[in-house]
Design a protein around this ligand. Sequence first.
Ligand SMILES: [Zn+2]
Length: 98
Amino acid sequence: MEWRGGWLLVVPPRNTSRTCPRCGHVSADNRRTQARFECVECGLVENADLVGAINVLRAGHARIACEVSGIKPPAAGTHRSGSFRFKPGLSAVGISEL
Ligand SMILES: [Zn+2]
């Protein structure tokens, strides 16, 4: 990870598979099958694993931002997509907590 310039973080997995990365809507109905994510609010259709990976990465970015600013990190799905801006060029990766 250091060679690639990233950080390895542990993030809580809560709602990472149920949160829409486009509009932020959280619902179990967004994921009615294992492979397919379909947002009941905005209609986004995407591979469910990709959606989970996007949300985990965002949770990692949020954790870094909160540690820098001293603010308690939000749980996944408690903020809308696009509300978080990460410093361009700085790479980070989040993984689910086991
Ligand atoms: Zn949506």
